[in-house]
Ligand binder design. Structure first.
Ligand code: CTP
Length: 399
């Protein structure tokens, strides 16, 4: 994921959370963005422009007419160059000015002149945030097309706890990514992604499961979200990955619970991407108590689970795009193509567990996309990048 070629204008106003913004500027810069910081005079009481200038390698703009600043036309140029504008922290005062078109400093002037997506992250004392005046100003800003990033709840610098905290730096970066990183070619589309391993209980202690960690499914969900889709992620309960922002996550444990979740969420979706590794068998009986060991060997009776994708293939509405993942250790393409046909899929993503850089737990994969029209072998790359290619292919297929 990259912000290469994107200009991000970061507005910093005078709240204590300003001290967190160098991390955000640095993260955006590391993603490839050309970051320009505009501070209010009050913000410079909390942190110096030099910090931002060192991190972004761009001049940090503060006053309108200071000796260090260029002429007014330059801030119009900055507004025009911006692909996205993030104001964080946004104080009650700055929000009020923005909501009423007051442009009496560089930050408010650049914002008024900018036509790009504008994000504001209010951060202040809880009473100030909840005051009807502030809430009305936020409603006005939403009406003017601003995205208001909800404040986090927790300990506040003024003492006590409540809403009004600046959200985590990573979430602010995710808002910027969602606004400008990708073509919005899945906007208006509902996409359901499944991820992780099913667990089939044997007794209260033990489960039958597999080595899937959910990384590939999470990468696909994140990519579809960044391409503008409304994403529901059906995720194995035990996945140890940070949640994907802006997606609705529903947890499953067994193949049966995943089947129920797929029926509930996917049948009215535009696309279903089954990256989950689903058990084909479950214990025929689940022992009520822990199975105790004996001297001899133990035979387990297993019964088949439902093949979820095959069921979807047989019952889906014609316009639901279905994509499976096929994990093989031999005859990868033939076996995967057979699954494409037998499950009536629009695409199957085939990967060979034996290929270096592919498979469970790693951040990379080597896959071949198989559709009824042909195959496309993709080189070794991050699961994140594969997620983006899939999002693009699905968007093209849905068009
Ligand atoms: N799948 C499913 N329901 C199952 C088993 C698999 O929906 N009970 C889905 C998987 O999520 C995946 C695709 O089918 O998207 C292929 O899964 P895979 O395990 O590779 O193949 P199987 O169809 O289970 O066949 P086999 O295990 O014999 O290779």
């Amino acid at each position: 994921m990259t912000l290469q070629g994107k200009t991000v204008v970061l507005g910093v106003s005078g709240g204590i959370a300003a001290y967190k913004m160098p991390n955000v500027a640095h993260a955006l810069q590391k993603l490839g963005a050309d970051v320009h910081v505009v501070m209010t005079q009050n913000a410079t009481q909390f942190i110096t422009p030099l910090v931002f200038e060192t991190l972004t390698r761009n001049r940090c703009v503060v006053g309108m007419f200071g000796h260090n600043e260029k002429c007014e036309v330059e801030h119009i140029a900055l507004a025009q160059a911006a692909d996205v504008l993030l104001i964080a922290p946004a104080t009650a005062n700055v929000l009020a000015k923005l909501a009423h078109g007051i442009a009496d400093d560089m930050l408010t002037t650049v914002t008024l002149a900018a036509a790009c997506p504008k994000l504001v992250a209010p951060a202040m004392n809880t009473q100030m945030l909840q005051n009807a005046v502030t809430q009305d100003n936020l409603a006005l800003l939403r009406g003017y097309g601003f995205t208001v990033i909800p404040s986090a709840t927790g300990a506040l610098a003024c003492g006590g706890a409540g809403s009004g905290r600046l959200p985590e730096e990573g979430l602010l970066v995710d808002y910027v990514l969602r606004a400008v990183a990708c073509d919005q070619d899945l906007r208006g589309r509902k996409v359901v992604v499944t991820a992780g391993a099913t667990q089939e209980p044997l007794d209260p202690v033990r489960v039958l499961t597999n080595r899937s960690t959910g990384k590939m499914g999470y990468a696909v969900a994140r990519a579809c979200m960044l391409h503008g889709a409304d994403v529901t992620l059906l995720a194995a309960e035990n996945i140890a990955l940070p949640p994907v922002p802006f997606v609705k996550t529903v947890h499953f444990t067994t193949a049966a619970s995943l089947f129920a979740a797929v029926k509930e969420h996917a049948m009215n979706a535009d696309a279903l991407i089954m990256a989950a590794a689903v058990a084909d068998y479950r214990p025929a009986e689940v022992a009520a108590n822990k199975l105790k060991k004996g001297d001899g060997s133990l035979m387990l009776a297993l019964e088949r689970t439902e093949d979820i994708l095959a069921w979807v293939g047989a019952h889906k509405p014609g316009d639901l795009f279905t994509c499976g993942f096929s994990m093989e250790t031999e005859n990868v393409l033939q076996n995967s193509a057979a699954k494409l046909r037998s499950k009536h899929l629009d695409m199957i993503v085939a990967n060979d567990l034996g290929t270096p850089g592919a498979g469970f737990g790693v951040d990379t994969n080597v896959v071949t996309l198989i559709t009824p029209d042909g195959t496309e072998a993709l080189p070794l790359q991050s699961k994140e990048d594969i997620g983006h290619i899939l999002a693009q292919r699905i968007a093209a297929a849905l068009r």
